[in-house]
Design a protein around this ligand. Structure first.
Ligand code: NQM
Length: 388
């Protein structure tokens, strides 16, 4: 059963000794119903929009309190439910959609680790994998018998993803045989078909208007097919692209060079001053070595991803099909109809691209991929009442 999704105030009473006598110290906390899901290779808190304040500043204060606690920036997020890592410091806010052609609206919020700040510039395809299961569990969406298909409107990017989950007897099924790299074991498949995601945050697939740019003396390809990404050949920075994330995370010189590229690249990609933002992602590319299309190491943007983000991988795969990008020449394209396998530190990420070759440049009309998700916990998160 789902928890009581009513929310509300709770009086938590504690005893304190003062002047040798017992006093009851009232401390007001507010409870908010939530669920926690692993979505793909990320993890986050999922809320119904109706259980949060409608006004954005207040909503952000509430979410920061739930994730990080009630105080200044804390890398450990010790006073909240956040996982102290960019991949586990994520929030989904879901509601039934009033838009034609959509069943659910999904707002993604990245809680910036160590900054006590939220960022909505990017979307998240991993957390999206938990949205339909959450909507079914929380009573926002009625499951069909056997399989449920829902069209999710992604508020951050203004685009649609069609999601298909298994619902035998009209209930979410989590157990299954699907495996995705970066997640141990197997689970029921969550099929995600992204439509028309070009220019999700930047307004154009090639936001600088060019296939190759140069920033801080380094050639790059800036692309946004669902996620703003700056592609750089690892060799151009004196790296192989096969280093482990731990090695790259310890590489202060590389990180400084990436940031020196990222700031002007972000401005050229129409993202403004990206100093405190989580986009664009910085992706080192190298020739494939596991039978895939290309090999990657992605900084999101200051920590090297253990694998690769969903829409980050779609943007990289898209650059691979476009002649004249930095991936052109490195990428080994699959046979027609075969998936694009984007290699990453923990394995690979397969994407099926539907491509229209009729224009001057190939155009990706649809990106299909497989994720899994699992409900991990549900209940009430408590925040100091004064914050609401
Ligand atoms: O690219 C990490 C993740 C992500 C985002 C990141 C994601 C995506 O692994 O769609 O999934 O790039 O910040 O969850």
């Amino acid at each position: 059963m789902i928890p009581d999704f009513g929310g509300g105030m709770k009086m938590i009473r504690s005893k304190a000794m003062r002047d040798g006598r017992d006093y009851v110290m009232p401390e007001m906390q507010r409870s908010i119903p939530f669920m926690q899901f692993r979505g793909g290779s990320s993890k986050g808190l999922y809320f119904r929009a109706c259980d949060l304040p409608a006004e954005q500043d207040r909503k952000d204060r509430v979410l920061l309190a739930a994730m990080c606690g009630n105080g200044p920036a804390d890398r450990r997020q010790i006073d909240g439910l956040g996982g102290a890592d960019p991949l586990t410091s994520k929030v989904a806010v879901v509601q039934t959609s009033a838009r034609p052609g959509a069943d659910l609206d999904y707002e993604f919020i990245q809680v910036v680790v160590g900054a006590a700040a939220t960022d909505r510039t990017q979307n998240c395809g991993n957390i999206l994998a938990g949205v339909v299961p959450f909507a079914i569990e929380a009573g926002l969406l009625k499951a069909a018998a056997g399989e449920t298909t829902a069209r999710v409107y992604m508020q951050n990017s203004g685009s649609i993803c069609e999601v298909i989950v298994r619902t035998p007897d009209g209930r979410m099924e989590y157990a299954g045989e699907a495996r995705i790299d970066g997640v141990p074991g197997a689970a029921a498949p969550v099929v995600c078909n992204y439509m028309d995601i070009a220019g999700s945050a930047c307004g154009a697939l090639l936001p600088t208007g060019r296939l190759i740019d140069e920033f801080a003396g380094v050639p790059v390809t800036c692309i946004d097919n669902g996620m703003p990404v700056v592609l750089i050949r690892a060799a151009d920075l004196g790296r192989t692209g096969y280093e482990t994330p731990a090695q790259l995370n310890a590489d202060a010189e590389l990180k400084a060079r990436l940031e020196a590229i990222r700031i002007p690249a972000g401005a050229a990609m129409r993202l403004g001053d990206v100093t405190g933002k989580v986009v664009p992602k910085m992706c080192l590319i190298a020739p494939p070595r596991q039978g895939g299309v290309i090999h990657t190491r992605t900084f999101i943007p200051h920590v090297c991803h253990a694998a690769i983000g969903v829409l980050g991988a779609v943007s990289v795969a898209t650059a691979c099909v476009m002649p004249g990008t930095l991936a052109d020449g490195l990428a080994q394209l699959p046979a027609p109809g075969e998936p694009f396998s984007v290699e990453h530190p923990e394995g690979e990420f397969s994407i099926t691209l539907e491509i229209d070759y009729s224009g001057a440049l190939p155009e990706v009309k649809r990106a299909g991929l497989l994720r899994t998700a699992r409900l991990l916990s549900r209940g009430e998160v408590l925040i100091p009442a004064g914050i609401w």
